[in-house]
Design a protein around this ligand. Sequence first.
Ligand SMILES: Cc1ncc(C[n+]2csc(CCOP(=O)(O)OP(=O)(O)O)c2C)c(N)n1
Length: 327
Amino acid sequence: MATTSTAPDTKTLLWMYRTMVTIRRFEEQARREADAGKLRGMHSAIGQEAVPTGICAHLRDDDFIFGTHRSHHHCIAKGVSVKKMMAELLGKSTGTNKGKGGTMHIADIDKGMLGANGIVGSNIPVATGAALTAQIEGTDGVSVVFFGDGAAAQGTLHEAMNLAGIWKLPVLFVCENNRYAQSTPFEYSVAGMSVANRAAGYGMPGVVVDGQSALEMYEVGGEAVRRARAGDGPTLIEAQTYRYMGHFGADNPLAYRDEEEEAYYKSKDCLAALKAHLVETNTATEAEIQALEQQAADDIAEASTFANESPYPEPEELTTEVYISYP
Ligand SMILES: Cc1ncc(C[n+]2csc(CCOP(=O)(O)OP(=O)(O)O)c2C)c(N)n1
């Protein structure tokens, strides 16, 4: 999906809603697969669907994105096949990485998803390097890196923002501030209580946006992508959002946050908000919305069947296409 307008047109709005519903259904099914013991350590992004969707609405297949340990939503928003993703989660040979990457290392070069990564903060300099490549090659390509509030305190972000600032690189630093790094609250770990304010130190705009609003994410993402393509340099975006599940699914978030807070963020649910907008603006009827929701559910059911019926890689493939480091 690549659009340049400042307000989303009907086609884009419907794409955003379907994408967000697809992400939620994918995450729900992935949870069921994990509960059935078919994968372990699955980090769900339920609640955070609007963040990559509003940004990726402006990206082309040849733009790059980079993710984290919690990246299913980034991949889906960038157009990676949910069938191949689900197969990857289950370690099957039909997966995006032939079953050798798993939930935390999904990549699809054809779609510009250059990789999720389990090491917190590690993809920030890599994404900045991809932006440098686009600049050197003279394309108008854009690189986007998603990371959490926990990663915002990693040195990698600051080194990369400095280089991106002096070289005016076409990169978007997108912090998904879901208020917790595992169980550590944002207030406890982020000095100054703001990620966006840090942009000032590196000569780039720092924008706070309601990450529960697909429309606001679309607007802020559009301006940042426009700046990057025009050679005006990087932007730091702090999208304020919330993850509904525990850190990796099996933990209990109520051990470190309260029901009132959870209820507050769920009352601002990004899917419900966009659906209400579609109805109020007569962009789609209830029946059309239901049809979109059904299509998303069907896609995920098909992805699950495909993944479960796919074969595991052969034993002799164990050491092919993987990096091996020798001591
Ligand atoms: C360098 C590094 N330190 C610690 C960890 C363990 N770890 C995995 S996820 C996580 C929390 C990350 O929080 P945040 O960046 O806010 O992302 P979120 O989980 O909220 O999406 C930590 C500390 C890690 N994987 N890598």
